[in-house]
Design a binder for this molecule. Sequence first.
Ligand code: TXA
Ligand code: MG
Length: 332
Amino acid sequence: MKQGSGARIFRSTPRNLAMLARKLQNGALVGVPTETVYGLAANALDSVACRRIFRVKGRPSTDPLIVHIHNHDQLTSIATTNPVAELLANQYWPGPLTLILPKKPCIPDIVTADLDSVAVRMPSHPIMRRLLRECGLPLAAPSANIFGYVSPTTADHVKTGLGRKIGYILDGGPAQIGLESTIVDARNPSKIRVLRPGAVTPEQLSRTIGALVIEYRPKRAQVSDNQVSPGLLKQHYSPKAQVLLHKDLNHGHVGKLSPKEACLYFSKPKFIRNKQSYWLCQNNNQAEAARNLFGQLRSLDKQGFKVIHAELAPAGPMAAAINDRLRRAAAH
Ligand code: TXA
Ligand code: MG
């Protein structure tokens, strides 16, 4: 156990897991590891605890939370499924896929921002699964960052952002995937669509259900779009530094850099042109780049850079998810 101001970081010993499960049952908030990013968890059936999540993050109450479950019984207790949703759950759970489904009354309105649907995910992180089993409750958990800032991929990131506002963080090591889950609107089985790209791609989803699944891309933020997934449109994952996007930093014109400007290459360049060069992966490895993205953005902020010239990911399995997060960061 590491101790400091505010939150304590707990290792996943059986004793600590039992203690944290009890805290959650009694209404406390706990920073939790998942395979995508760290979450800020509370009992999803406890409206008072869930309201605190919004306060602690500074998150508007119009932005609904994802509910994390341990097993299929919990799914049917909180949401109404359909055969296509079952197919997707069967194929991708536990894992980085969130399904939007009609909600059941046991889920408080604060969790879903008054929508009649609920976002549900069964995470695969073994420590998170043990915690979910131990507390026997569905856990509402958004990413454990101050609203609008870069999502956390380590327990220390959670402590840096929320450490003064929460008491407990469960350490599960660095997040394996590093980007938030793919969110899929699965309410209408004949019109499955991706609302947020993640590690599970539309191509994979299409193959699973035997029908075309596309990413829903609103052209401009409209009221009707906002109702599809409140929070997703405006939400940024922004470092403090200004992010400028480049298709290809090796051949692009970034000009002469001031000491406050960094270059964030997708893959380690053959010729490193200056000391301010950073990269997301070594050998065009997309999974590695996804895993490192948020940590790199945080680290460049910490080093005091004011501008980050970031290179978009080339075509590949994680490109849509990585570029979605980079574009949001640049939209700051
Ligand atoms: O990987 C993840 O999904 C992480 C980990 C902790 O599970 N969680 C996460 O939560 O990214 P958050 O709150 O940062 O993003 C969840 C987004 C919300 O911004 C909202 O737009 C969308 O999910 N969402 C939640 N409930 C919804 C609903 N009923 N309908 C449409 N969109 C919903
Ligand atoms: Mg978030």
